[in-house]
Design a binder for this molecule. Structure first.
Ligand code: BG6
Ligand code: MG
Length: 217
């Protein structure tokens, strides 16, 4: 019997572009708290969990656990407000077609997203029923760059990690997928995802036939 193969998609930055919404919410929190933050600093938060993002923004500032939780809630409230008008038109160009193409080729498809809002965002995009499995920020303890999230997605699908292709836009996500022993397609510039096996500028540039034909992986 032929071995099952799968594509595991990161969500933010691959299927939709939420980076600016995350940025604006973190910026508002940082401004409230008098913490230095800007767009350049936000680039380092791509793919990073909510908690790890806040710890990076706090830098040397030590806060109690309840303060940390309140700050994360405050940021998330702002983030969710900004998603209020999100709809199916906010899927990135080529995203929907890529998922459909994977299915047509007989591949299983899953989400592997650090976000605890992944199901909400998928619902907004009209993609709730498009995946065989959803592994998100609520599924694991150790966030990317640990391999856990992608390994969890593979386990949910019943597919060997070495038979999974991950599509990622974040450096930490590429690290996580490599650590999981998966084939990785990086979406974005060389300095961010150049360590992936394949690299493209945008989601619309991904050609699954090229990735699947690469016998070296
Ligand atoms: C990732 C985003 O997908 O999810 C990060 O790239 C974000 O910017 C992380 O911090 C966690 O998201 P959430 O929705 O759980 O705060
Ligand atoms: Mg991402």
């Amino acid at each position: 019997m032929e071995e099952k193969r799968a594509v595991i998609f990161d969500l933010d930055g691959v299927l939709t572009d939420t980076a600016d919404f995350h940025y604006l919410a973190w910026q508002a929190l940082a401004d409230d708290e008098g913490l230095p933050f800007d767009r350049a600093a936000n680039e380092h938060l791509r793919g990073v969990s909510r908690r790890d993002s806040l710890l990076l923004i706090l830098g040397d500032r030590q806060v109690e656990e309840d303060v940390l939780n309140e700050m994360m809630d405050r940021k998330n409230k702002l983030y969710l407000e900004s998603l209020e008008h999100m709809g199916p038109e906010d899927a990135l160009p080529g995203a929907r077609e890529l998922v459909e193409d994977a299915r047509r080729r007989g591949l299983l498809v899953a989400i592997g997203s650090s976000s605890k809002n992944a199901r909400f965002v998928l619902d907004k995009l009209g993609l709730s029923d498009a995946f065989d499995a959803v592994a998100d920020g609520t599924s694991i303890d150790r966030a990317k760059p640990a391999p856990d999230l992608f390994l969890k997605a593979a386990e949910m699908l019943g597919v060997e990690p070495s038979s999974c292709i991950v599509v990622e836009d974040a450096a930490s996500g590429v690290d996580a997928a490599l650590a999981a022993g998966m084939t990785v397609v990086g979406v974005g510039p060389h300095d961010r995802v150049g360590h992936a096996h394949h690299r493209v500028d945008t989601t619309a540039d991904i050609d699954l036939s090229v990735v699947l034909a690469d016998g070296s992986r």
